[in-house]
Design a protein around this ligand. Sequence first.
Ligand SMILES: Nc1nc2c(ncn2[C@@H]2O[C@H](COP(=O)(O)OP(=O)(O)OP(=O)(O)O)[C@@H](O)[C@H]2O)c(=O)[nH]1
Ligand SMILES: [Mg+2]
Length: 341
Amino acid sequence: MPANLPPEYFNAEKRFKQAATPAEKIIAIEDLIATVPKHKGTDKLRADLRRRLSQLREEAIKKSKKGGRGDLYTVKKEGAAQITLVGFPNSGKSSLLACLTNATPVIADYPISTLTPLPGMMPFEDIQIQLVDLPPIGNESTDGWVSGILRYTDALLIIVDISEDPEVQAELLIEQLKRWNIRISSNPPLVKGGKGGLSTPNAELSTFIGVFKRALLVANKKDLPISEDSFLRLREQHEHICPCLSISTRKKENLEELKRALFEISGIIRVYSKPPGKEPDLSTPFTIPSGSTVLDLASSIHKDFVYNFKYARIWGSAKFDGQRVEKNYILKDRDIVEFNI
Ligand SMILES: Nc1nc2c(ncn2[C@@H]2O[C@H](COP(=O)(O)OP(=O)(O)OP(=O)(O)O)[C@@H](O)[C@H]2O)c(=O)[nH]1
Ligand SMILES: [Mg+2]
């Protein structure tokens, strides 16, 4: 039987031949597999490609063991914050990454179609937030390094399929995160010099060694026929630890709300600097952890600012424009700060 391969196959094959790093090769071969139609005529081709994929993955694992942390199972942070997608197979993680970023993940109706991490940049107003798509939770061969990525990311986007017991999915995901010592908190402790802290928010948890992460719980596929109150029940159960939103990647519903909600859980704020007597520079914001003070901002710009700092004036969150504030003043998103030294 002829294979009858579609044009996308040949495009993906070209990308595979051009791929330089093991990670690129793996991603390209995943793309290639997704383009092959499933019928008798392609059985051999699909089996060959799968074999090649598993060889590449083994080689990559060996290489990463030899040289410490390899480039395959870590994701270099880029942009203002990194938010990682967490969910069971087929919940729509890759579809969401494709909707919100320039990345081109494999999207498929068979489970575990994503096998390696794939980042993409999501523009939000004047900043970029990095989203990372991962294989699903509960997949034995990837859970080890997946949990490693989740520990170091800035925040989590937990995604459930609203048409399939969303409450159970959310509970199981949160339970699994707990087993990895990752707890969801709407207000994780601020750790200077790094986000997503290791310290504990109260005495009751003082024996807990792990990390606290902000999260957003997203119920996807709201375009499917579902009972009216399923999202309300989900939200009622979880809104005390994280905001909840229902979306459809297929119908592109609630995606603008989702982008704002992602910014809000990213744990960062944007501030703009203004030289005394001049107009503020609104083109490039400084992005700093929420809860940062004027002094934190000064030290992230230049150490001389800290030594010579006299006072700052604030436009935005202050009671009135240009209000003079001390160094321990807590900044808010979109504040304009004028340093006086
Ligand atoms: N009806 C509907 N289907 C969706 C929606 N989003 C994704 N899908 C479908 O759900 C299936 C799985 O989508 P993926 O984006 O590959 O899911 P995933 O979570 O990345 O899956 P894994 O990588 O296997 O974990 C595909 O057939 C998608 O077309 C949606 O909003 N509505
Ligand atoms: Mg996927």
